[in-house]
Design a protein around this ligand. Structure first.
Ligand code: UDP
Length: 310
């Protein structure tokens, strides 16, 4: 297959590019590098089945030749990034998704949208099944990401229903691993980098809020399987093992042997109190489930950041 991956220089986009290239496909990676990094794709430079095109997908996307699939992963994705880039976040989720769908229609390509657990907002149903419609504050600071992704899902379904495009929607829960930016602001990268540098671990709020952390290799496998499946309904992909932020901090301190202290910071506005995927659909339809537990995934992640800290 010949595929376009938007956001290819990002954390997940780059791992997906690796996966599809390894499987023998040809990948055109597209990124404007506002949060992605060339370094994530350096090992693919010069590969006969990979090319990187620097382009902002919120503008018209032109690709020569045939395309069999488009995986739309372009977007700022950490709360700090989308607070700093609110308009770009809204544009890539709306205009960028529209452009990518238009390209899918023109080429007759299958389209996979990288959606998010943020569509559920601060959830009143726990764990979150795909049938839950969510509890999102449209005018809060996180609304730029949540509403852009909700719009993107609606647009994807409209292209499916009206234009007959083959579409897939992955609702991705918290994912971590190598190639996250050290300062991207997400909790795993923050804590690991802080622990390795002996800086205080910044606990937002009381640290009792929960998240469920999926290692990137499991997530990539889930995306790969969903893309190749016939299932167009939104599908949660994440690891259902749920931890409080304090538990995460303690695991990272133990693993790194760090003597960093914990430091309380204010809880960001609209920070979801709990989050955990119900992955019954992915289990049933794809036979997929995560295999890498938090402690194992953290070992790889710590090794990645340790290499860079030296
Ligand atoms: N968090 C924290 N300290 C940090 C970064 C994040 O306590 O240095 C908390 C944050 O308030 C949230 C959780 O960790 O409750 C996960 O935050 P993240 O930014 O990774 O992503 P989110 O799941 O909120 O999109």
């Amino acid at each position: 297959m010949r595929l376009l991956i938007t956001g290819a220089a990002g954390f997940l986009g780059s791992h997906l590019s690796d996966r599809f290239v390894t499987e023998g496909h040809e990948v055109i990676g597209m990124d404007n590098l506002i949060t992605g990094r060339r370094e994530n794709l350096a090992h693919l430079a010069g590969h006969p089945r990979f090319q990187l095109v620097i382009h902002d997908v919120s503008r018209y996307i032109g690709v020569d030749g045939p395309l069999d699939g488009i995986l739309h992963f372009a977007s700022p994705a950490s709360p700090i990034d989308y607070l700093e880039l609110p308009i770009q976040t809204l544009k890539v989720g709306s205009l960028g998704t529209h452009n990518a769908l238009g390209l899918a229609k023109a080429k007759g390509a299958r389209f996979l949208l990288a959606s998010t657990s943020e569509v559920y907002g601060d959830p009143e149903v726990h764990p979150q099944p795909e049938s839950y419609w969510g509890h999102v504050n449209p005018v809060g600071p996180r609304g730029v990401y949540d509403e852009a992704k909700r719009f993107a899902e609606a647009m994807t379904m409209a292209y499916h229903r009206y234009h007959g495009i083959e579409t897939r929607i992955a609702r991705i829960f918290n994912t971590y691993g190598p190639r996250m930016r050290a300062r991207d602001g997400r909790v795993v990268s923050n804590f690991v980098v802080q622990a390795l540098r002996g800086e205080p671990l910044t606990i937002y709020g009381d640290g009792q809020q929960t998240r469920s952390f999926c290692y990137m290799s499991d997530l990539v496998e889930g995306i790969y399987q969903l893309f190749n499946s016939p299932h167009r309904d939104p599908t949660n992909l994440g690891n259902p093992a749920e931890f409080t932020i304090l538990q995460l901090a303690e695991q990272i301190l133990t693993l790194t042997g760090s003597s960093s202290v914990l430091e309380r910071r204010p809880l960001p506005t609209d920070d979801p109190r709990v989050r955990r995927p119900d992955i019954t659909r992915a289990r049933t339809l794809l036979g997929w489930e995560p295999r890498v537990g938090l402690s194992e995934g953290l070992v790889h992640t710590v090794a990645h950041f340790r290499d860079r800290a030296d």
